[in-house]
Design a protein. Structure first.
Length: 329
């Protein structure tokens, strides 16, 4: 009997090993906090120091860098494909399409990459550098700080046609929910990440139709506050392509929950902002963040950014570690 029990326990132990081993292997191929702890332990410090040098001089760079990360992850996954330059005029890269031509901050990514390469050549991916620079840029303008999981590798393809899948300022709530769901992101992630519009500016051309010719009859979007429409018209003429306005007037350089107050007052700049009031769950979140003193926005934003950073990543032996972020090896 004792021998049978011993044999039984040996078999169970062996089965546990067989089950656990592939799980452990799978986890080893994924992202984790401190991925470069042994191969380049100073990487995150170097990246934060470099980012701080730029953001301290030009805090407004935080907003386009945040959008850069969002756009990269939404197009082909978080693989730094957005950073690649066009090398064939017949096949433009992602960065040369209208939604991305207005982005700024490329020099911050390049500087961080150069600094890390000098210390640890061929180790840290551009995809991870973009993720870390984004976190650091946001936290440096009084936004939340979150633990960035690293271990991404860089993609080899950047195609302008792929940008069609990027959420647009004119999208309605149905379209937004569908696009976020396709990336494995929830409705809560949608309303939380929309809060990134608390920083930064927009060109008038992104919303002039909304205030001058919403239905093709020379009218404004009736869902917008009329006083806000008048303010926008005073700044933006119908064919204005150069003027910029703050997306969250009064605090566009400081990360806070003020965006939700604007949306609740029907002063969301884009149709995609106003769309948050047309779904019961997103509307409830907007109301909660706008009306409470103990906002959960920072905590929620950190959680959603971690989820966003997991979208379509390349890990293990997939992809490359680029020597320069604008070019494939």
């Amino acid at each position: 009997m004792a021998a049978q029990n011993k044999l039984f326990h040996i078999i169970i132990f062996a089965l546990v090993l067989l089950v656990a081993f592939p799980v452990e292997q799978a986890n080893a191929q994924g992202l984790r906090v401190g991925f470069y702890k042994k191969t380049c332990p100073v990487a995150e410090k170097i990246i934060r120091t470099t980012t701080a040098r730029y953001i301290s001089r030009v805090p407004s760079l935080a907003a386009p860098i945040l959008r850069m990360f969002f756009h990269d992850c939404f197009i082909r996954g978080c693989d730094a494909s957005l950073l690649l330059n066009t090398t064939n005029s017949r096949r433009p890269a992602e960065k040369d399409t209208p939604p991305n031509q207005q982005l700024r901050g490329w020099q911050v990514i390049d500087a961080a990459k150069a600094a890390v390469e000098k210390r640890c050549p061929g180790v840290v991916s551009c995809a991870d550098i973009l993720a870390l620079v984004t976190r650091d840029a946001v936290s440096l303008i009084k936004g939340p700080f979150w633990q960035v999981q690293t271990g991404r590798r860089d993609g080899r393809v950047s195609n302008a046609n792929d940008v069609r899948g990027l959420p647009a300022p004119t999208d309605n709530i149905t379209s937004l929910k569908r696009q976020f769901a396709a990336k494995g992101l929830s409705v809560k992630d949608l309303v939380v990440l929309s809060g990134g519009h608390t920083i930064g500016n927009s060109h008038c051309s992104s919303f002039t139709t909304r205030i001058y010719n919403f239905t093709g009859k020379g009218d404004a979007d009736p869902s917008m506050d009329k006083n806000y429409v008048r303010q926008l018209k005073a700044k933006c003429k119908p064919r204005d392509t150069t003027t910029i306005v703050q997306m969250d007037p009064g605090s566009s350089k400081e990360f806070d929950a003020g965006y939700y107050n604007m949306v609740l007052k029907r002063r969301g700049l884009f149709e995609s902002d106003s769309a948050l009031l047309r779904d019961s769950s997103t509307q409830a979140y907007v109301q909660q963040q706008a009306r409470t003193r103990s906002s959960t926005f920072f905590k929620d934003f950190s959680t959603s950014m971690i989820k966003l950073g997991n979208v379509g990543v390349l890990t293990g032996r997939a992809g490359d570690i680029r020597k320069k972020c604008a070019f494939v090896n």
